[in-house]
Structures are given as C-alpha cells and as structure tokens.
Design a protein around this ligand. Structure first.
Ligand SMILES: [Zn+2]
Ligand SMILES: [Zn+2]
Length: 258
C-alpha cells in the first residue's frame, strides 16, 4: 500500500513510529499500532476515484468535484427533467405523477455516471458519503421521513448492498430526518429498467413494492441514486400513499436528461 501514499504521509507515520519507540512501547503495542496504521491506509481513500490524483482528501480531488454536472435551472417543476422552455414537461402535463416533485443534486452525465457506476458495481462504498452529502445540500428538508428505494432480495444478494440505502443513511445524518430502512420491500424480481423501452417501464414495476409501515399523515422522501423515467418512483409513491403518506417526494442523486 506504500506506493499510494504521499511522501508527507510517510514522513508523518515515521515520526509517529519513532516517537512510539522513544516512549519504549513494548513490541506487541508497537505491532498493534502498526496494524492500526495499516487498517487506516486500507480504509481511507488515497486517490481520486475519477482521475487517480493521489493525496485527495475525499473520494474526489477538488478539480473533479468541480466537474460534476449540475442540474440546469430550467427544468420541469415536477420531475426535474431539463427543459428548453416552460415549467412543466409534456409527460407531467399529460399524466401528472403521484409524487409531488423530484429534487436532485446532479444531472446524470459524464463524469458523474462513471462515479455512480463505480459506486454501484465496483462496490466503492466510500462514494456514498460524497453522493449523500451532495444530495442533502440540494433538497428542501420539509418532510417527516426518508425511505430508501428498496432493492429486491436477489439484487441485494448479487450486489451486497442497497446503493439507495447507503446514500439515504448519509442524507438522514445530515438532515436529522428519520430514516425508515425497512418500511418498504421490493417483492418482485423485475428486469433492470435500463434494459427496457420507456413505455414498458411502468408495466415492469407494477405491484413490485409492498409497504409494511403506517405512514398516516407523514410526508415521505424516497431516496434513490438515479431517476430516469420516474416509473419506479411513481409506483413506489402509489404504495406509500396507500400506506397513508401525506405526500411523496423523490430525492435523487442524479436526474437524467430526456
Ligand atoms: Zn480527480
Ligand atoms: Zn416533468
């Protein structure tokens, strides 16, 4: 692991080690100390996840962080899709969704797509903090509870974690809004939405969710990583409203353009 550390950090560790020696720590204590250092090296991100620059304090260096695509200010009031003109997209005008609106931190575009891919499929869990913190900074916090977009059992076993839940934990920490990780379950193993034509997406997720919580009178924010058509959010909103929710909002890290 030494090759990923900057010379400054090496120096600091050497200083720590020599001061430990000078205090005549026993061998076993020094060994324990070294194990702690190794553990720290293995869990702390040492280089930028996008460009590989070393010594980045976060998963991203400052330049890559500044490159993340923000959502244009002209967008649909309801589903947040970028618009050339007007306040509502045609789809929300034709068939208003069950959710009130979508709030997003970023536009789903390069290089954020690469980052989310690394997070979901490369298991880069350190990225949840970055994505969740950015999301928390871009939402109106007037909801009562946070519900993560559920993942089916099969998908959970395959991936090892629910990407929406890990982001939701960070958002809940920042906003101090209660997180209900177990409120909803995905009971149907639906094919990935990405593999389907847009028109089939709503049918694909129908009756995919069950809500076990009583949400009477509560405003709910559903946290997810990416929103594309909104079909999945719309179906979960239906179930949440049936469980008594006073309103449902989508909080997503990234919104795709249409
Ligand atoms: Zn970078
Ligand atoms: Zn819309």
């Amino acid at each position: 692991m030494a090759h990923v550390m900057g010379p400054e950090k090496n120096q600091r560790i050497e200083t720590l080690e020599s001061s430990a020696r000078s205090r005549r720590l026993s061998n076993s204590a020094l060994e324990f100390f070294n194990q702690c250092l190794n553990f720290g090296r293995s869990v702390l991100p040492q280089s930028c996840q996008l460009c590989g620059a070393e010594g980045a304090p976060e998963p991203l260096c400052a330049a890559c962080r500044a490159d993340l695509p923000s959502l244009p200010s002209r967008r649909c009031t309801i589903c947040a899709v970028p618009l050339a003109t007007g306040s509502f997209c045609g789809s929300c005008l034709d068939r208003p969704p069950r959710y009130e609106r979508v709030e997003a931190a970023f536009l789903y575009d390069y290089p954020l797509d690469a980052l989310i891919h690394a997070y979901k499929y490369g298991g880069r869990l350190a990225l949840a903090r970055l994505l969740g913190t950015a999301l928390a900074q871009n939402v109106a916090r007037d909801v009562d509870v946070i519900v993560p977009m559920p993942l089916s059992r099969g998908r959970l076993a395959e991936r090892g974690f629910n990407q929406a839940l890990e982001i939701a934990r960070i958002v809940a920490g920042h906003t101090r809004i209660a997180l209900l990780p177990e409120a909803c379950r995905k009971v149907a193993e639906t094919p990935s939405q990405a593999a389907l034509p847009w028109k089939e997406r709503a049918r694909n997720v129908r009756r995919a969710f069950v809500c076990d919580a009583d949400l009477t009178g509560r405003k709910v924010a559903v946290v997810d990583d990416v929103l594309t058509t909104g079909a999945t959010l719309n179906e979960l909103a239906r179930v949440l409203l049936r469980a008594g929710a006073a309103g449902v909002r989508g909080w997503v890290v990234a919104r795709t353009a249409r």
